[in-house]
Design a protein around this ligand. Structure first.
Ligand code: SIN
Length: 355
């Protein structure tokens, strides 16, 4: 009788150990690359939800603040930068993109989460969407409130991002953005509010899904090319061509345009009013800039809609490119990458209808 009990006990112990090791093996290996931002920020008091300092807390502290991560993944942290994202530069993007590609080429990395300030999060996400050479998930995450605030959103956003990065459903979907229990695609997501936690939206074109409980639910995916289907390769690049944005407004003049060109801009994104209209006062200077070799892309400051080619300007005659539905800040990224390959405006226009 006693021997039987011992046997049962040993059997149960083995079964538990096998189940435990199978479970442990199944957890995805997720790298968290930290770059700073409010998610790594701290304020003077628990009610400091604005006027705090971004980028003060290191990656290990971010991970330690969410012990639940250990139940869904094997996370490893790496501090890539520690900056507020308004100071993100092309050089930061090249460094980050190359690091992501190196890590994703390793068989023991299943996905990457990048913690990032929300101000330019959508730009970094779109840049990576065009240069990452892997189908493995890459998820950008930020927070609208610092970790010291009441109802800080960073910990749950980080948990959701790690969950998405480890999920089979996220594979091949392009670079994703996780905030407020929602999943957005890098191309179309934008920050829509200066300070509220529900700031990130994909207006009109639509977000991709939700995180609920322990699962990522997808409903849409982008039809535009990205990641492994992209033609852009940054592996040998140490800089990107200078492209600047000229903003349209009533009473606009050409001072900023001419200053950017004098400073060496190879491309200009004209963030025009309405459907990308160009003020009569500015049009001759924009046309002259193109004649002198600067690539001009007409975009819109409106935030939604397709920019009509040959609509508000005769783009064929002026040899301008139009930005399709891309915001000016994302058009800048595509033009920079496009110009690493060509200055041919027909080719560049093809890229704007492809990515
Ligand atoms: C930043 O973008 O680094 C500051 C703002 C934020 O993360 O919400």
């Amino acid at each position: 009788m006693q021997r039987n009990t011992a046997k049962h006990f040993l059997f149960a112990l083995f079964a538990f150990l096998i189940a435990f090791s199978v479970h442990a093996e199944k957890l995805p290996n997720i790298m968290i690359l930290a770059t700073g931002g409010t998610i790594a920020g701290s304020g003077a008091t628990s009610t400091t939800t604005v006027g705090y300092t971004a980028a003060t807390v290191g990656v290990q502290q971010l991970i330690n603040a969410v012990p639940e991560l250990a139940k869904i993944s094997n996370v490893t942290g790496e501090q890539v930068f520690q900056i507020a994202s308004e100071s993100m530069t092309n050089e930061h993007w090249l460094t980050l993109g190359k690091r992501v590609n190196v890590l994703l080429a390793q068989p023991n990395v299943d996905g990457i989460v990048i913690t990032h300030g929300t101000d330019t999060l959508e730009e970094t996400a779109y840049f990576l969407n065009l240069v990452v050479k892997s189908r493995k998930p890459v998820v950008l995450v930020g927070a609208m409130r610092p970790g010291t605030a009441l109802s800080a959103d960073g910990p749950i956003n980080l948990y959701n991002a790690v969950l998405i990065a480890g999920s089979q459903e996220a594979i091949g979907k392009g670079v994703l953005v996780a905030l407020g229990d929602q999943i957005h695609g890098a191309r179309d997501v934008t920050k829509t509010n200066t300070s509220t936690p529900d700031s990130f939206k994909t207006p009109e074109l639509g977000m991709l899904g939700y995180v609920q409980g322990p699962k990522a639910f997808f409903y849409h995916s982008t039809t535009r090319k990205h990641t492994v289907d992209s033609e852009f390769d940054i592996s040998n690049l140490s800089a990107l061509p200078q492209v600047d944005i000229v903003y349209g407004y009533a009473n606009m003049n050409s001072v900023a345009l001419n200053a950017f060109i004098a400073a060496g801009a190879k491309g200009i994104i004209h963030a025009g009013t309405g459907d990308g209209s160009v003020a009569a006062k500015v049009k001759p200077d924009l046309a002259a800039a193109r004649k002198n070799g600067t690539v001009i892309v007409r975009a819109s400051r409106v935030g939604n809609g397709i920019l009509a080619r040959n609509g508000e300007a005769n783009d064929d005659e002026l040899d301008f490119v139009v930005a399709d539905t891309l915001s000016p800040q994302k058009a800048r990224i595509l033009l920079m990458l496009g110009m690493t390959k060509t200055s041919n405006t027909k080719e560049l226009q093809r890229m704007f209808y492809t990515y």
